[in-house]
Each structure stands twice: as C-alpha cells, then as structure tokens.
Design a protein around this ligand. Structure first.
Ligand SMILES: [Fe+2]
Ligand SMILES: [Fe+2]
Length: 471
C-alpha cells in the first residue's frame, strides 16, 4: 500500500485505476489544475530546473526522492497514509466505534465544508507567494519556496481527491471553485482572510511559514484525528510534507536573527537606524513582523466560544491535535476558564476547543522564539528578546475582536491604540525598508546581506549547490 504508482497519469496509492469513474473525473480536473498552476503559480520560473523532492512512498522514513524537475512537470498526485487496521473513532460521543470509511449522511455538508476550507488555503498560499521568486535571497531559498509551492499544490490535490471520491457532484463543483477563488481577488477572494494578505517580501514569507503554516499543521493534526478515515489518512501524509514548510520559517527567521546579531557586533551598536543603514533587519522591526503574522494567524482558529467546534468534536469529525495526549476524550463534564473583556467566565470545555487548540499552537510557536532568544542573550542583547503577542492583540474575531489591546494583552485607550499601532506592527515605512532589502541573489552559495546562510544544504548537498538552474 505504501508504494506510489507513478506509471499512471495521476500518481496515486489509492488504486485509482480500479475506479474508472473517479479516475475520469480527476483526469478531467487535472488540466484545470495545470492551467491554474501556470496562471497563478510562481511567476516566470516555470521553465527552470528546480531541485525538488517528490513523494515515492508514504512510509515515515525515506518517502522522498530528489531531482531536477521543471515545476509544471512535478508529479502531483494522491497519497494517503497507510490505513490503521480496525481504526476506531478516538474522541467524542461516538468514541470507540469503528472509523467511517464512507461519509455519514448526517455529517455530509459539515465534512464537505471542513475539507473545502482546508483545501482553499493550499492554492491560496501559492497565489500569495507567486512574485517572491524575483527577490530571492539565494538559490537555496528559491528552491525552498518552490518546494513549498508544489507541495501546497499537492495538498490541493489531496482535498480535491476527497471531494471527488466522497461527495459526488457537489464535491466536483467545489473542486472547480477551489480554482476559481483567488487570493486577494475583490470578487472571489479566498475563504480565510489571512490567505488574502499579500506576501510581498521574504521576511513575510518566513513569518507566514512560521506562523500560518503552523496553523495549517494544527488544523491537519486535528483533522488527522477525524472519525472519517479517508480524511484522517490524507491529513496524516500531508503533515509529513508540512514539516518542511515550518522548517523554512523557523530556520529562515533564525538566520535573520543570526545575521542581525553579526551586524550589531560588527557595528558595535543596537542603534536601529545604523543597523538598517547596514542592510539588516533590526530586532524591533522583526518583532513587528512577528506581531503582525502571529496575530493574523491566531484568528484562523476561530472564536473562543464555538458551538460548531463543539459539535465537530462531539460528532467525531474534528479532534484536538494530539488527541491521545489528553485523558478525557468526551469532554461532557469539563469546563474551561475563559477570560473575556467582561471578565473571566466558566464555559463548557466542548465549546472552548478553538481556544484549547490556540493555546497548544502558541506553545509550539514559542519553541523557535526561545531558541532565537538564546542567541540574542548570548550576544548580550537580552533586552531585545523576541516575544509572541498576546492572543488578545489585534484580533478580528472572537471575544477580543476590535478591542484596543496592546501586544502585552493590556486594554488601552482607543486613541493610544491607534497612535501606537505602527510601533507594534510594520508601518508603511518599515515595509518600504524591508522591500528595499529584497534584492535578488542567484549566484550559487551567495546570500543576501540581511540573512545568514543556512547551516547545511538540502538532502546533504552543499549550500552552494545550484538548486535552481537560473543561468
Ligand atoms: Fe499545505
Ligand atoms: Fe504548508
């Protein structure tokens, strides 16, 4: 089951050849996907050889094969993690019953909605990032960007497979719509607002892959718990691909910190103007980018109180990330203390699951910051340590929506908030400065001046390998 069949038009490990109707439907969608990729995928780089990994099996180790590929020739396909024998539903009121191999009729529309919402984010991020190739800080980074892009394209395939295979005509229509909405489009935007924010520079890309792809990881982890087994298996394999996207964010931001500390040492100053004049990202500026992308990504978890997520959990559709690490999988008795602008209140735990997820997400976000802060402290700049903003800061949904709260989580006067916002998130000027740093570097092994080289290359190759043949 683990092996992937590459001899077919659509590589897959779901025995597509034995389901002619489904195969035909997906082969009909395939050219629409390719048109979308050519029109909305990475701009102007489609004819170049890129050193990419392609999944060749779904085993935990050794699932990838590396080689030079032109992106439109990438073998997008359908890969599900191997089934777990006699898998049972692991949470909610139906806990312990056999996992569903077909969509239960009563959950059809909600499952379709969950899959469409996840699926919509995948091509959205490719669209958001399509201009970045022109300003890459190195060939190594350019290759990583394209790796992420083709894998987000594959994640779209993953969701489209589920829609086609399990949701009949509605599913096929949704699959077309996934190619018709576009990031930032005034008439047909992507579903979630973070996925309509343009990603115009590489500092934003590193923040996006650190914070927003990590939201993706948490969503996939909770869907991997689903009682709907095909969804669970699909998401389990997507998670192995997703890990690289967060690696790009974490090491990318770590390399920015490293370079900034080098410049500070060289200049013997923490003066932000001088650091900027030297072409590096001062740490307070980085903090603003973290504030922006973290707060934007926090909204993706939804309102603190949500009857939808309560129902999804109780019905066995969407669990908590790492469900087995909890003691209670039914949650009918538990409560959660929620702090709102009106004070603390106790709510049923089932209704607070978005907040539970948001908290575990933030713990995961904090790991990278702790690592970067160790470097900052070692360099003697502990006062410039980086922090995550409060979950109340700059929220646009939930209990804290539109509240004037500073990044520390303290409610302030509205005019204080308005006046200080540009000290908390990037101002026009900050963005223009970051943009000015984005000069394309494509000599093998060379790096732009605002980011340190990575510790090692991809797949044991040297850092100066020609990961994208641009010459
Ligand atoms: Fe993805
Ligand atoms: Fe991703």
């Amino acid at each position: 089951m683990s092996g992937i069949n590459y001899s077919e038009k659509i590589p897959n490990n779901v025995d597509l050849a034995n389901d002619r109707t489904l195969q035909r439907a997906l082969e009909h969608w395939q050219p629409h996907f390719l048109d979308w990729w050519r029109g909305m995928g990475p701009k102007d780089f489609q004819g170049l050889d890129v050193y990419l990994r392609t999944a060749v099996s779904v085993d935990a180790d050794g699932w990838a094969q590396y080689g030079a590929v032109k992106m439109p020739d990438y073998r997008w396909g359908i890969f599900l993690a191997d089934p777990v024998a006699e898998r049972k539903i692991g949470f909610g009121d139906a806990m312990g019953r056999p996992a569903w191999q077909q969509v239960p009729g009563e959950y059809r529309s909600i499952l379709r909605r969950l899959i469409v919402t996840q699926g919509d984010t995948e091509p959205a991020s490719v669209e958001q990032q399509r201009q970045l190739g022109h300003t890459c800080p190195s060939l190594y980074d350019l290759r990583n960007l394209f790796q992420i892009n083709v894998e987000e394209g594959r994640h779209l395939w993953a969701m489209v497979y589920l829609l086609h295979a399990y949701f009949g005509r509605d599913g096929r229509e949704e699959a077309e719509e996934l190619l018709a909405r576009h990031s930032g489009d005034a008439d047909k935007p992507r579903i979630l607002s973070t996925f309509n924010e343009p990603i115009g520079d590489w500092l934003s890309l590193f923040c996006f892959t650190y914070f927003t792809d990590r939201d993706g990881k948490y969503q996939l982890k909770s869907l991997a718990e689903s009682g709907f087994d095909p969804l669970s298996r699909t998401c389990r394999f997507m998670l192995t691909e997703e890990a690289h996207h967060m690696f790009v964010g974490e090491t990318g931001l770590g390399r920015v910190v490293k370079r900034t500390l080098e410049v500070m040492k060289e200049l013997g100053t923490d003066d932000t103007a001088r650091i900027r004049a030297h072409g590096a990202v001062d740490l307070p500026l980085l903090q603003k980018y973290l504030n922006f992308w973290c707060s934007s990504s926090l909204d993706l978890f939804g309102s603190e109180i949500s009857s939808n997520s309560a129902a999804n959990f109780a019905n066995g559709l969407k669990g908590r990330p790492d469900e087995t690490s909890y003691d209670d999988h039914v949650l009918r008795e538990k409560t959660f203390e929620l702090k709102t602008p009106q004070g603390a209140e106790n709510v049923p735990m089932l209704n607070a699951l978005n907040e539970v997820m948001r908290e575990s997400y933030l713990k995961d976000c904090d790991i990278g910051l702790r690592r970067w802060n160790r470097a900052i402290e070692r360099a003697g700049h502990a006062a410039l340590a980086l922090k995550l903003p409060s979950t109340r800061f700059r929220r646009s949904i939930g209990a804290w929506a539109a509240q004037p709260v500073n990044p520390e989580g303290v409610v302030v006067e509205k005019n204080v908030f308005d006046k200080n916002l540009e000290n908390w998130i990037p101002s026009e000027q900050d963005r223009a400065f970051v943009k000015s740093l984005m000069q394309r570097v494509v000599e093998p092994g060379k790096m732009a001046g605002w980011v340190a080289p990575p510790d090692r290359g991809i797949n044991n190759l040297p850092v100066d390998y020609e990961y994208v043949k641009v010459h």
